[in-house]
Design a protein around this ligand. Sequence first.
Ligand code: ADP
Ligand code: MG
Length: 372
Amino acid sequence: METISPSGQVDQVFLRCVEDCFEPIMLTDITGKLTYVNPAWVLTYGYQKHEAIGQTPRLLRSPGENPDFYKNMWKTILDPNIGFWRGEVINQAKDGHLVPVLLTITPYRESGGEIKGYMGIAVDLSDQKRMEEQILRQDRLASIGMLAGGLAHEVGNPLGAIRGRAEMVMNQVRGNEEAEKNLELIIGQIDRISGLIQSLLRVSRVPGQILLRNVELAPIVKEVFVLMQEACHRAGIELRTNNLDFQISADSSHLQQLFLNLIINSQHAIEEIKQKSTDTAKKHVIEVSAKKKPSGNVVVSVKDTGCGISSENLRKIFQPFYTTKAAGKGTGLGLSIVAKLVEEMNGNLTVESEGVGQGATFHIEFNEAVNR
Ligand SMILES: Nc1ncnc2c1ncn2[C@@H]1O[C@H](COP(=O)(O)OP(=O)(O)O)[C@@H](O)[C@H]1O
Ligand SMILES: [Mg+2]
């Protein structure tokens, strides 16, 4: 790094400050090429110093950034009346994950006043954004809860009555095939609406007191596979397990619902990629596997070879009502329910996908079963 003052000692202090600074700092020359990055920068973005030096900060640009945005940014920096730029940008680290930062760019000058280059200081906003999203989610869930409560009462009760009557009529028309078929259709549609109301109630319910027990993982996954076997076989998907001999602290019916939701999503994702792809020979698999962490916690992963999730959509998929599926096929509530179930079992849910076309993996970390 270049010296800032003629006094070597002061320069050393400045250098240490910049090197030890917790915020990522980068310097560029007048042409915008990186001449220095500090260790916090390397840690945040994952590029080594030698990979960064000589490149421009464009290295960190995330897809979807508007080019006009950068034009305006440079205009502001070079405007002598303003002289710096500060704003929120979303950078992309080397491994592809997005890093929201508050970035300040200031020119630095020679003693004569000529601009020599630019300094960028970024404040990583990831934790803050995560917290904001969580608060927003809780807010949204609270509104859904109120709506669902009202619906359960105002729609659910009359629906119950309609269903009861439909079943009565069904008994009266036994033998009349056409009438039976129509009634079945009516009952099927009523059950769909009731199911949706139940999902809404589920998603928005305040985490209740559930009794966590030591549960064997393997038999639960097997039960869910039995339920899914037929549909997956028809879609040409292999269901696979790997190393599930663990006990976890959980609730069996919560676990069943959770795996069912994740596996149905995987099945849909594979069906989608199969529709688009011409590679009919590709083998499609949904695999449930588990691993014990040194802490004793068990991480269960549901991995598929489906259509994958873009990094932009990864942030949205846990939002209630977010769906990429056609009406009737998706409600956008499945993953919200999964998140709720995991929360009630004191677990931790994460997702990863290399991107579109690359499959997706959901990981759920469970607490270790306790000895009783
Ligand atoms: N395994 C997966 N692979 C690819 N995309 C997925 C996967 N699981 C979920 N998604 C995406 O997340 C969205 C939300 O999922 P979910 O909450 O279960 O609602 P729904 O299945 O009703 O759309 C889906 O519409 C899909 O875009
Ligand atoms: Mg779903």
